[in-house]
Ligand binder design. Structure first.
Ligand SMILES: [Zn+2]
Length: 381
């Protein structure tokens, strides 16, 4: 706190990371950072250690040059990737330590280094693990095969039924709360510079796949999703073992958009999934973490300050975009503290966050350090 009369910026970020596996796909050990081709390679380089560290360095710079223009509080946590439950509790109990005017977060990306952007919305998340149990033990597939429900096959069928031929999610009520954008808003969103060819080339796929009637930008920005994140069961080791397994499992995540809520979607998923199970199996659904979707207004003082700061350092006005990812705590900040967040991130979608060989551009890191003090300076006025 340098002056109670000045605005207070709360800087939020996280130092926890996603698991590193498959480890053999990393060119360098994930926790021994390497600088190569103008990029820092390490798990967390972009998401979010590198971006948090820009704030530390920018703060150091402002202190050294006596140019800190606002009060600042840092709130750096270690459970973002698993849903921020403990921070949520802490925020509720420590509101007096979190008085401020805006929450500044660098945990998102820009479109390209010459096309700056600010994410003006984030999808929420409902994440579950399902367990399908058939017979009470693994069975000989010759003796019992063909006569007893196979949990893996049952699970595959159940999962397959969750989307129709248009990749529309079939869970009753799933889309009921979805805020439909107007034609104008959709047109505006689709003006975001984007090349489907480049996108496919980057992923080495011949075609994309998603909900019929929506563009790739819409599918990742304003539409909810249901994705299988992992599936296992039976015998997958070396050689052969012809079992009819007792159990099969899957992890399933649903990205949510305004005004869907985590609790409701988790509940209707769970009810539906149990309902579609044949009598030959038992189904359990265990909720993992979740997070509510948010829209951050582009007419707020903080958004405008971020836009001006980026325009100053990049020489171009940033484009507002809708991010496909989730930062679970943002909705809670709004609800508990009444504070809007501004998502001034500097990563690139190609930074391989959550994947092997995650990296962060030195250009982006330096631009971040340059832009943050400008944001503080503009916020002071
Ligand atoms: Zn992150």
């Amino acid at each position: 706190m340098i002056d109670p009369k000045l605005p207070t910026v709360i800087v939020y970020g996280h130092y926890d990371v996603q698991p590193v596996d498959p480890l053999n796909l990393w060119d360098n050990p994930p926790f021994e950072p390497v600088i190569k081709d103008g990029k820092i390679y390490a798990r967390g380089a972009c998401d979010d250690k590198g971006q948090v560290y820009m704030h530390v360095k920018a703060f150091e710079l402002m202190m050294k040059t006596n140019s800190l223009a606002c009060n600042v509080r840092f709130m750096i946590e270690g459970e973002e990737e698993v849903g921020s439950n403990n921070l949520g509790t802490w925020v509720k109990e420590n509101k007096h330590r979190l008085k401020g005017d805006v929450i500044l977060i660098s945990d998102t990306s820009i479109i390209a280094n010459d096309i700056p952007s600010i994410e003006a919305g984030l999808r929420g998340l409902s994440y579950v693990e399902v367990e399908v149990t058939g017979p009470n033990r693994d069975l000989h597939s010759g003796v019992y095969g063909g006569a007893v429900g196979n949990p893996i096959q049952v699970l595959c069928k159940m999962i397959d039924s969750l989307k129709d031929e248009n990749n529309h999610i079939t869970i009753p009520g799933f889309y009921d709360q979805v805020l439909e954008l107007s034609k104008e808003e959709r047109a505006e969103l689709n003006k975001t510079p984007f090349s489907l060819d480049e996108y496919k080339k980057d992923l080495k796929v011949d075609d994309v796949m998603g909900e019929a009637g929506y563009t790739t930008l819409e599918r990742t920005g304003i539409r909810p999703t249901l994705e299988l994140n992992g599936i296992w069961g039976g015998y997958t080791g070396e050689g052969s073992k012809t079992v009819l397994p007792s159990k099969a499992f899957a992890k399933i995540s649903m990205r949510l958009v305004p005004n869907q809520t985590t609790d409701n979607i988790t509940k209707i998923f769970s009810d539906h999934f149990k309902k579609i199970a044949p009598k030959s199996v038992k189904v359990e659904v265990r909720p993992h973490h979740g997070g509510e979707p948010v829209v951050t207004p582009t007419d707020s003082v903080a958004y405008k300050a971020a836009a001006k700061a980026i325009e100053t350092t990049f020489g171009k006005k940033p484009i507002p975009t809708r991010g496909g990812g989730s930062i679970p705590i943002v909705a809670l900040f709004e609800k508990e503290l009444g504070l809007k967040s501004v998502l001034m991130g500097f990563g690139l979608d190609s930074d391989l966050i959550h994947s092997p060989n995650e990296h962060y551009g030195i250009f982006n890191y330096m631009k971040g350090i340059e832009t943050i003090p400008v944001f503080f300076g503009i916020s002071r006025r």
